[in-house]
Design a protein around this ligand. Structure first.
Ligand SMILES: Cc1cc2nc3c(=O)[nH]c(=O)nc-3n(C[C@H](O)[C@H](O)[C@H](O)COP(=O)(O)OP(=O)(O)OC[C@H]3O[C@@H](n4cnc5c(N)ncnc54)[C@H](O)[C@@H]3O)c2cc1C
Length: 361
């Protein structure tokens, strides 16, 4: 049986980024993805400007810019009572950008394949074991009873990571909130803005993703989510049979990113508050960092040194940013308090400008 240098479970931004960088480094790379791409995903569809240098290094920035998209010029915070504060976003080529995940993720996965990664879609990983050839290698089994062997394994399979669960590493989810998401017709004159709107039951994120569609996200606790959906139906005049995608949990403890020959990247390692719109950046960057570490290990460099260095640069990626995430979470768990904050920012807009800059610059 062929032994891959690295097997990556999950072909979202984290898995595709890692696969592309591993393939670029000449590693025998395998990606196992449950879905058939292109597929949509519960997400606000917004790319933080810090993604651009990574997309350049992946060699896809131009092709991403050529996809149907919207450039986002400002973020508008709306308090429960309707008070608004508008904060400008960076302009130019490296701006905040929205693109449907079906298009974005498909392009990244294709890039990994073009660079030489072997990609298996509609392939769900169900079990893990030691390889019969070597106790150090992994044997990965799928729902279709196929099996693959690899020297290193990457969990890039999102917030409910099967790899973490099979390794007894998945923390108990906090069952406090759930997200709904849909693409709906773009309201006339919506403009080039992201809207973050606090509501009594939670919050809503809205962003145009092309010339005709709006990404609409609703986040709330399970008992209030139907109230949020009814608000959206009235506010955007959408039919009651509008299909919504859903995901939970929105919060859970992180999983350690570096183990002996096992790595976790993207949401599988750490879930961030959707409100901050940073998850895709962390997914892409952690994929690149893991690829660097695995390349060193496969080339015979000191494993422990490579693991320590990976854990260090991985932690550095979040440095100075997690407090924003905590603040965002506190704000969305208490929309009334957040609304008071938005009203205060009407008088002193520098507060929100500073927070927004922390996230998007
Ligand atoms: C409501 C909401 C809004 C958000 N808005 C934004 C935003 O605007 N901007 C932003 O940057 N981030 C946003 N995020 C976060 C962002 O969606 C995630 O951080 C990002 O998708 C993480 O990428 P990933 O590759 O780690 O995981 P995912 O994108 O979840 O990809 C994981 C992949 O693994 C596959 N998989 C799962 N299990 C298996 C298995 N057993 N076998 C094989 N394959 C498997 C899945 O099919 C999936 O394709 C939002 C999140 C939510 C919930």
């Amino acid at each position: 049986m062929e032994i891959f240098d690295v097997a990556i479970v999950g072909g979202g931004p984290a898995g595709s980024s890692c696969a592309a960088f591993c393939a670029l480094a000449g590693l025998r790379t395998l990606v196992l993805e449950r879905e058939k791409f292109p597929r949509e995903k519960v997400c606000g569809d917004c790319l933080n400007p810090s993604c651009w240098p990574l997309l350049e290094r992946l060699g896809v920035a131009r092709r991403i810019r050529d996809l149907p998209h919207s450039k986002l010029a400002s973020v508008e915070f709306i308090a429960i009572d309707g008070h608004k504060v508008i904060v400008d976003l960076p302009a130019g080529d490296d701006c905040e950008f929205s693109v449907k995940r079906s298009l974005f993720d498909n392009l990244l996965l294709r890039r990994a394949r073009d660079l030489g990664a072997q990609v298996h879609e509609e392939t769900t990983v169900m079990a893990l074991a030691n390889s019969p050839e070597s106790i150090r290698d992994w044997k990965i089994e799928t729902a279709a009873a196929e099996s693959f062997s690899a020297r290193a394994l990457i969990g890039a399979d999102g917030r409910n990571s099967t790899v973490a669960r099979l390794c007894n590493l998945l923390p108990h989810p906090a069952r406090e909130r759930v997200a709904l998401q849909a693409h709906i017709p773009l309201p006339r004159n919506f403009g080039e803005r992201v809207v973050l709107q606090f509501l009594r039951q939670g919050y809503s994120g809205q962003a145009p993703v092309n010339e005709t569609e709006l990404n609409l996200c609703l986040v709330g606790a399970p008992p209030t989510i139907s109230g949020l959906r009814q608000w959206a139906e009235r506010h955007f005049e959408i039919p009651a049979d509008q299909p919504w995608r859903t995901i939970a949990p929105l919060t859970r403890s992180p999983v350690s990113c570096a183990h002996e020959n096992l790595f976790f990247i993207g949401d599988a390692a750490r879930v961030v508050e959707p409100f901050t719109g940073e998850g895709i950046y962390y997914a892409l960057r952690s994929g690149e960092l893991a690829a660097n570490a695995i390349t060193k290990i496969i080339r015979g460099e000191d494993r422990q040194l490579a693991l320590r260095e990976f854990a260090r640069v991985y932690a550095e990626m979040y440095k100075g940013r997690l407090w924003i995430n905590r603040l965002a979470r506190a704000a969305v768990l208490a929309p009334r308090v957040a609304s008071v904050f938005v009203r205060a920012a009407q008088i002193q807009p520098a507060i929100l400008r500073l927070l927004t800059e922390k996230i998007v610059y």
